[in-house]
Design a protein. Structure first.
Length: 135
């Protein structure tokens, strides 16, 4: 991820953490990074693209916590994933609903789909009983 884009997304997430999702605007984020609103567009697009970027950032944060868990026991992996999701919700309560309300089409979310499918497979759930998520 480009450094400037990452800075903008980090500041947008910090803004949402401090003041809530309703307070996040292109103008408010621009002020935090010392740019004009229009200067954000080459890095994050419009507000919808900025929100999608926040979803990607949250997925990356979640993936960094549980992505390396190679425990063979599906119960242990499922508990680790559950703890990580709870930790993320606690760390970013204002932004967390974005994970539930916005589709995660980015590559950052594909690990989660694969992890959940793997856990369900290892738990003995038949393939035709596993929901098909995008990604």
């Amino acid at each position: 991820m480009d450094d400037k884009r990452r800075l903008i997304l980090d500041q947008a997430l910090a803004l949402v953490d401090e003041r809530g999702l309703a307070a996040m605007s292109m103008r408010a984020v621009a002020e935090r990074v010392g740019l004009t609103s229009m200067a954000l567009y080459p890095y994050v697009g419009g507000k919808d693209a900025l929100l999608d970027g926040l979803v990607d950032l949250l997925h990356q944060e979640l993936g960094s916590v549980v992505g390396g868990d190679a425990d063979p026991d599906w119960r242990t992996r499922l508990r680790a994933l559950g703890r990580a999701v709870r930790q993320l919700a606690y760390a970013h309560p204002g932004a967390f609903p974005l994970l539930l309300n916005r589709s995660a089409a980015g590559a950052s979310a594909s690990w989660l789909t694969a992890a959940l499918r793997g856990i369900l497979h290892d738990a003995g759930v038949a393939g035709d009983r596993v929901p098909r998520w995008p990604g």
